[in-house]
Design a protein around this ligand. Structure first.
Ligand code: IVH
Length: 654
């Protein structure tokens, strides 16, 4: 019978648990059809699902003093106050929980889950001595209350647990955050008790009296007051670390203090949280669907982690440059999991004395690209291996060359498939020819099938054959064709960007495009002539000169022209005729009635403005056509975004 299980429930549970642990340690191995992915993110089948009394939102992030000043400005705008008092406290890096007490008794504990629905982990929470089973809330007139906090494992406790596990021959845990969240979901509360978990409470999300009257901002008046209350009721709170700051300057000074203080603080923190102290003002600020507007997380500037260098991959770029990329044991750093990091070039490896199998220190500051700071030579056991930079191209096997005075090894083969792949990926990218429907994986597939040998092949694809490939149908082929067709009419600055001339990005391409009637004019310009163009220095001029004096490149341009790709500088392509919209960002949504989306883009650019692709705090104006949807809703939640009709936009540019 089909429903007959082939293994026992016990075996299934234990395999499932093993898989979950494996996936927690190696998130890059999680596939979408993994049995762990059957339920919403963060929810497992093991626990009953419960709806939080108030949705558990995230926090908006900030990385520097300017972000904090901006946050303060918005809070003042929203509350109409001249100065606002803030509470600043550590942002605990653990697993968040929500506790509900009714009539002084703990009646429910839940994980965050998807923010609306979490897992009921009451039995496990009851095993933690830091979570009081009863608390004297009624003394304060509170009948039902929901608290938010973080379950953490103190740094020294975590180290001790790992020492013991090592002793017992058990696998050590990778980090305290994953261990805390995994432990909260264990089936046996007794085992939960052995994991050294503690709960720190930092927020009251809901409080009512016996008559169900809301007490937040009516009787409970400040965040600090709430923390004091929780402290008095026997909870662990950040009361000792918290500071009341009377303005944003004091906030910044306190954040600075914690940049170093956190290193000796016995709990892992990934930043600080700045909260408006007054609960009435919090209410005035309100929330977006993602985060409250009365709080912001400040992420510490740089964060380091240790990992192991497992392997090195050599990637061939579009100019033939071969970049070594370190494959490391995945580590979580400043909110993301990192498993590969660029090692830049051969000299970088030599200078840092990096060996395969080394313990490496990885650093990532805010949103910045991760970086290998160095290796921990003390942790070497002799099994580490010297890295031998390849002598031949990993893609086509041609001999690599490294010109004197350069740090980069290059593959010089113009037909190298890896280079073609990267060149085409660059050609179709958003800032270049912006071809919809031709993504990275399709390009890789088409290069392998021999359909794409270089950029011009994009315009000569064997559609009849593509139509028959798995995953392709009439509709996707039509979309692809349309995407490619519309790229033929792009302004020449896009083509100049797309060609992948060294040192020529969007800005330089725009500067260049203003000086010619068609791209072939560059064939007749010498480097000196090129340096006369505003914005073009000698290095850039030299590489433009070399590009246009290479027969292969001219042939490519001629072929593109034959395929009717625009090579002329047309009047309608003039960029930034004026600076009316200088420094302003725009996004268009809904169905536009007065102009096409392409024309809208053009108008913004002609007037010196910038187009964004999504709604964020960086957006200044959202222009709405008919039937605008989620973008409009999202924008309305950000007070600094101004919503314009098409007419208002046209008026703006005159
Ligand atoms: S306040 C309504 N305070 O960070 C917002 N959150 O990245 C209430 N977190 O989801 C959250 N320490 O789980 C707050 N001192 C603290 C925190 C904190 C850690 C967690 C929390 C939140 C996440 C956002």
């Amino acid at each position: 019978m089909l429903s007959e299980p082939i293994i026992t429930d016990f075996d299934y549970d234990s395999l499932f648990k093993q898989l979950r642990e494996l996936e927690a340690a190696h998130p890059d191995l999680v596939t979408s059809d993994s049995p762990t992915q059957r339920v919403a993110k963060g929810l497992t089948e093991d626990f009953a699902q419960v709806t939080h009394l108030v949705s558990m939102l995230s926090l908006d992030n900030s990385y520097n003093a300017a972000d904090v000043i901006d946050f303060d400005r918005k809070v003042k705008e929203l509350t109409g106050q001249q100065t606002v008092e803030y509470c600043v406290e550590p942002k605990f890096d653990g697993s968040s929980i929500a506790l509900v007490y009714e009539n002084d008794q703990l009646i429910r504990a839940a994980t965050r889950g998807d923010g609306t629905v979490g897992e009921d982990i009451t039995n496990n929470a009851r095993a933690l001595s830091s979570i009081p089973l009863s608390a004297p809330f009624s003394k304060h007139g509170i009948y039902r209350i929901e608290l938010r906090g973080e379950v953490i494992i103190k740094k020294d406790v975590f180290e001790r647990i790992n020492e013991e596990r090592k002793h017992q021959g058990l696998k050590t845990f990778q980090n305290s955050r994953n261990t805390a969240s995994g432990s909260l979901r264990l089936k046996d509360p007794k085992e939960v008790q052995s994991r050294g978990l503690e709960a720190v409470l930092y927020h009251v999300s809901y409080a009512v009296d016996k008559q169900e009257k809301n007490l937040l901002a009516t009787k409970l008046l400040t965040h600090y007051g709430n923390i004091e209350l929780l402290h008095q009721c026997g909870f662990k709170t950040p009361i000792k670390e918290l500071k009341i700051c009377k303005d944003s300057a004091h906030v910044s000074a306190f954040l600075n203090e914690w940049e170093t203080k956190r290193l000796t603080f016995n709990i892992e923190t990934d930043g600080m949280v700045v909260k408006v102290n007054d609960l009435k003002m919090q209410e005035q600020c309100g929330s977006t669907s993602h985060h409250p507007r009365w709080a912001i997380a400040y992420k510490f500037a740089a964060k380091q982690a240790q990992s192991r260098l497992l392997d090195i991959e050599y990637q061939v770029g579009r100019t033939g440059a071969v970049t070594p990329v370190a494959k490391i044991e995945p580590v979580r750093l400043a909110g993301v999991t990192i498993s590969s990091i660029s090692l830049h070039n051969e000299d970088f490896i030599t200078e840092k004395d990096i060996k395969l199998g080394d313990t490496v220190i990885v650093e990532r500051a805010g949103e910045v690209i991760p970086y290998i700071v160095g290796v921990v030579a003390d942790l070497r056991d002799g099994s580490e291996k010297k890295i031998h930079f390849p002598k031949t191209c990993p893609s086509c096997g041609s001999e690599l060359i490294r010109p004197e005075e350069e740090a980069i090894w290059r593959c010089d083969n113009a037909d190298c498939p890896a280079q073609a792949e990267e060149r085409i990926i660059h050609y179709v990218s958003k800032d270049a020819m912006d071809i919809d429907g031709l993504g990275r994986s399709i390009i890789i597939d088409f290069v392998q099938r021999g359909y794409l040998k270089n950029m011009e092949y994009i315009y000569d694809l064997p559609y009849d054959e593509i139509r028959t490939l798995e995953g392709w149908g009439e509709k996707s082929v039509t979309n692809l064709k349309e995407g490619i067709e519309s790229s033929k009419g792009r302004p020449i600055w896009r083509l100049l960007t797309a060609l992948g001339i060294r040192h020529v990005g969007v800005t330089t391409a725009k500067d260049l495009s203003k000086h010619v009637k068609n791209v072939f004019e560059f064939e007749h310009m010498d480097a000196e002539h090129l340096t006369n163009i505003e914005g073009i220095g000698p290095k850039v001029a030299q590489s433009i000169f070399e590009f246009f004096h290479n027969k292969g490149n001219i042939h490519l341009l001629e072929r593109l022209k034959e395929f009717r790709v625009n090579t002329e500088n047309r009047a309608e392509d003039a960029i930034a005729k004026n600076n009316k919209l200088q420094g302003k960002t725009f996004l268009f949504t809904g169905s536009l009635q007065q102009f096409t989306r392409d024309r809208a883009k053009q108008m913004v650019e002609e007037n010196g403005g910038t187009l964004l692709s999504g709604v964020s705090t960086k957006l200044n104006y959202l222009v709405v056509g008919e039937d605008a949807g989620s973008k409009l809703t999202k924008a309305k939640a950000i007070p600094t975004i101004e919503v314009l009709t098409e007419d208002e936009f046209l008026k703006m540019i005159g």
